[in-house]
Design a protein around this ligand. Structure first.
Ligand code: ADP
Ligand code: MG
Length: 625
C-alpha cells in the first residue's frame, strides 16, 4: 500500500492507473459521476453495490445502491455537499457526496461507508437504555442529582411520576420539604443535612403527601459524587415508591398481632381447647391451649406425637373414645362424656364437644375444634344436689304421707277393735270389716310404694324393651281395677319398636295416667291410649327440651273435667291434689314426671276445662346395635 503513495509523491500528476489504485485502497465504496450522471470511475468496494465489475459500468448510469445514493444526494445537496445515513438491504451506509473539480469537467464523487456495526451498537445502547427505563418504571425507581454549590436538584422522569408532578417542574429543597409528611419532617431534615455533609444515605423511608392528597411511602438511597480532583460536588440518589410494600408490611404486622391476641385469648380460656386435624390416617392434635395442657398433663407436641390414644384409658372406660374418633371421621359435631386419662396416670370425667371447622361449605371438614372440660366435681355435686332435692321433697312428703297413712290406719284400727268385739256374734259383719281393712292396707302399700320411687337413691336399670308389649301388659293388669263405666281403647301402633325403659316404671306411668283420666270423667266414659312413633322437628323438640328425631309417644286422652291454668301449673308438685281425702295422694304425676325424666324423655300435659286432658309421654327409642 505504501509503495504507490511514495511513487505518487515523486510524480507531479496522477495517472489514471494510479487514481484507480488509490480509489481501490479506500476503505469505503467510491463512485465518481460525470456531468450526465454517467459513471466515470468506481473502486472495487463499490462493485457489490453496483452489482457489476467496475470495467462494465464505466459510462453507464448506476443501478442499485448508488442510484439511490445519488438521487438522495441530489435532492438534499443544496450546498453541493451532502452527508446522510442511508440503509440499503440489511446494511447501513454513511453517504457523503461532494463535487470534484477535474479541469473543465464538473464531476461528483459519492463515498459510501458501511456503518452497520456502529449502527447496531447504537441500537443496542438505545435498547438497553429503554430497558433500564422500563425497569425503573416498573420498580417505581427514579434517580436524582443534587448539586451542592447551586442547590439545584435534577430529577429523572420517574421521580416526577412518583411525586405526582409534571416533568420539568422546578424543585428546591425548601419546596420539597413542604410535601414531606409532617411526622417525617425531622427525619427528612436530618437526612438532608447528612447529604450536605457528604454522608451516604441508606434506605431512609419517609412519607410525602402528594398534591392529590395521596400519602406515599418513599425510600431513598444516595451516595456522594466526586469531581476529577477528588472533591465532592453532588449527591446521586435513587428514590423508590414503596407504598404497596409498606401496606403489605402493615397488614402482615396486624395479622401477626391478631394471631398473638388469639393465642393469648385461647390460653386465657377456662375451657380446654384443642385443634385436631384428620388429614392423615388417625386424628392428630395440631394445637392445644393452656387449659387443655393443664387438664391432660400433655403439651401440644406430646399430644401430636402420641395422638388421641394417649388420652384413652384401657378397657371398658376407653370405649367412649371410639365414638369420638368415629365422629371425627364422619366430619360431624358431637358431645360426649367419657373418662380421660391424664399423663400422670390419673383419670377424670371429661365432657368433650367436637365441632368441625368447615373451610368449604359442603365439603368434609378435616379440621376440628375440640372442647374439653373436667366435670368430675360438677357431676358429684349435681348428683348430691339431686339427692338433696329428693330429700327435701321427701321431707315435704312425709307430712303428707303421715296424714295419708293415718287416714288409712283409722278404719283399720277401729274396725279391728270392733271386729274383735263382735267376732263371735256377727262373723258376716267381721268379714266386711276385713275387706275394708285389706283395702285400706293395699292403699297404704300403694302410698309407700310411690314414696319409695322418690326416695330410691340408685337409678333403676334401663334396657331396651318392646314397648308395645310392656304397655299391653300394664293395661291387662290395670283392667280389673278400673271402674266398670270406663272404656279403654288402646292403639298400639309402634310395632316391635324397642324403648329404653324399666318395665315396672312403664306400668307405673300407664297406671297413673289412666287412673287420672278415669277420675276426671267420674268413672264414666272413654279413655284413649295411643302408642306411636313420631318424628320431632327442631321446634317441637326444642319446646320439649328433647333432641329432634324419632321418639315413641304414649298419649292418654280423656274427655273429662279438664284443668284450669292454675291447676295445670301445679300438677307435678308432690302431694298436689284436687281430689277428696282418701281418693288422691297427689303423687301420681310427680312420680310419672321423675320416671320419664330418668329415661331421658319428656312429659307434656295439655288440658282445657270441661273439654278434657291429653297427657303425652315421649320415650327414647333404642338405637340399633
Ligand atoms: P292425684 O291423682 O292423686 O290427685 P296426681 O299427681 O295424679 O295426683 O294429679 C294431680 C292433680 O292433677 C289431680 O288431683 C287433678 O286435679 C289433676 N289431674 C291429673 N290428671 C288429670 C286429668 N286427666 N284430668 C283432669 N285433672 C287431672
Ligand atoms: Mg293420680
Amino acid at each position: 500500500m505504501n509503495a504507490p503513495v511514495t511513487s505518487l509523491r515523486s510524480k507531479a500528476t496522477l495517472s489514471a492507473l494510479d487514481a484507480q489504485r488509490l480509489l481501490d485502497a479506500f476503505p469505503s465504496a467510491v463512485v465518481v459521476f460525470g456531468p450526465e450522471g454517467e459513471i466515470v470511475a468506481a473502486n472495487r468496494r463499490a462493485e457489490h453495490l453496483l452489482a457489476a465489475p467496475v470495467a462494465t459500468v464505466i459510462g453507464q448510469s448506476p443501478d442499485g445502491a448508488f442510484r439511490l445514493f445519488r438521487e438522495r444526494a441530489e435532492r438534499i445537496a443544496t450546498a453541493e455537499q451532502a452527508r446522510f445515513v442511508q440503509p440499503f438491504g440489511s446494511l447501513w451506509y454513511l453517504v457523503e457526496s461532494f463535487p470534484l473539480a477535474a479541469g473543465a469537467q464538473s464531476l461528483r464523487a459519492i463515498v459510501a461507508t458501511d456503518i452497520t456495526d456502529m449502527k447496531s451498537a447504537e441500537f443496542e445502547i438505545r435498547e438497553s437504555e429503554a430497558r433500564l427505563e422500563e425497569a425503573t418504571r416498573i420498580a417505581q425507581l427514579g434517580t436524582y442529582k443534587f448539586y451542592w454549590d447551586t442547590g439545584k436538584i435534577h430529577w429523572s422522569a420517574q421521580v416526577y411520576a412518583i411525586h405526582g408532578m409534571l416533568p420539568g417542574a422546578v424543585i428546591t429543597s425548601e419546596r420539597y420539604r413542604d410535601i414531606v409528611h409532617p411526622d417525617d419532617c425531622e427525619l427528612f431534615d436530618r437526612t438532608h443535612q447528612d447529604q450536605l455533609d457528604g454522608k451516604p444515605i441508606r434506605g431512609v423511608e419517609y412519607r410525602i403527601i402528594r398534591k392529590d392528597g395521596a400519602v406515599r411511602w418513599l425510600r431513598k438511597d444516595a451516595r456522594v459524587l466526586f469531581d476529577a480532583d477528588g472533591e465532592p460536588y453532588a449527591t446521586f440518589g435513587t428514590c423508590q415508591d414503596i407504598t404497596e410494600a409498606k401496606q403489605h408490611e402493615q397488614e402482615l404486622k396486624s395479622l401477626l398481632r391478631r394471631n398473638t391476641i388469639l393465642y393469648e385469648a385461647l390460653d386465657a380460656s377456662p375451657i380446654g381447647v384443642g385443634v385436631v386435624t384428620t388429614d392423615s390416617e388417625s386424628p392428630e392434635f395440631f394445637y392445644v391451649n393452656a387449659e387443655f395442657e393443664r387438664l391432660t398433663g400433655h403439651n401440644t407436641s406430646s399430644l401430636s406425637e402420641h395422638g388421641i390414644d394417649t388420652l384413652t384409658p384401657g378397657g371398658e372406660l376407653g370405649a367412649g373414645w371410639a365414638r369420638v374418633v368415629q365422629t371425627l371421621r364422619a366430619s360431624v359435631s358431637g358431645a360426649f362424656e367419657l373418662t380421660c386419662l391424664r399423663r400422670d396416670g390419673g383419670q377424670f370425667l371429661a365432657q368433650i364437644e367436637i365441632a368441625p371447622v368447615r373451610d368449604h361449605p359442603g365439603r368434609d371438614a378435616t379440621v376440628f375444634v375440640l372442647n374439653l372440660r373436667d366435670i368430675t366435681v360438677d357431676r358429684q355435686r349435681a348428683d348430691s344436689l339431686l339427692q338433696s332435692q329428693k330429700m327435701e321433697a321427701l321431707g315435704q312428703l312425709s307430712g303428707g304421707v303421715a296424714h295419708e297413712i293415718n287416714n288409712l290406719l283409722q278404719p283399720m284400727l277401729a274396725l279391728s277393735d270392733l271386729g274383735q268385739d263382735i267376732a263371735d256374734k256377727d262373723p258376716a259383719k267381721v268379714r266386711k270389716y276385713f275387706e275394708v281393712i285389706a283395702s285400706s292396707g293395699r292403699k297404704a302399700r300403694d302410698v309407700v310404694r310411690q314414696v319409695l320411687t322418690f326416695a330410691r337413691r340408685d337409678a333403676p336399670q334401663l334396657a331396651p324393651y318392646p314397648i308395645a308389649d310392656l304397655v299391653g301388659d300394664a293395661l291387662h293388669l290395670l283392667h280389673s281395677g278400673l271402674p266398670p263405666g270406663i272404656h279403654l281403647t288402646p292403639t298400639l301402633a309402634c310395632g316391635d319398636a324397642h324403648a329404653v325403659v324399666n318395665p315396672t316404671q312403664v306400668s307405673q306411668v300407664v297406671l297413673n295416667l289412666v287412673t287420672n283420666a278415669a277420675d276426671a270423667m267420674d268413672g264414666e266414659g272413654e279413655v284413649a291410649l295411643a302408642l306411636t312413633e313420631v318424628d320431632l322437628d327442631q321446634v317441637t323438640a326444642a319446646q320439649l327440651t328433647l333432641a329432634p328425631g324419632r321418639w315413641i309417644r304414649l298419649s292418654v286422652t280423656d274427655k273429662g273435667c279438664g284443668m284450669d291454668a292454675y291447676t295445670l301449673s301445679r300438677i307435678f308438685e308432690p302431694f298436689f291434689t284436687t281430689k277428696l281425702a282418701g281418693r288422691g295422694t297427689g303423687l301420681g304425676l310427680s312420680v310419672v314426671y321423675s320416671i320419664v325424666a330418668g329415661w331421658g324423655g319428656a312429659l307434656k300435659v295439655d288440658s282445657e276445662v270441661d273439654k278434657g286432658t291429653n297427657a303425652m309421654v315421649y320415650i327414647p327409642l333404642a338405637t340399633d346395635g
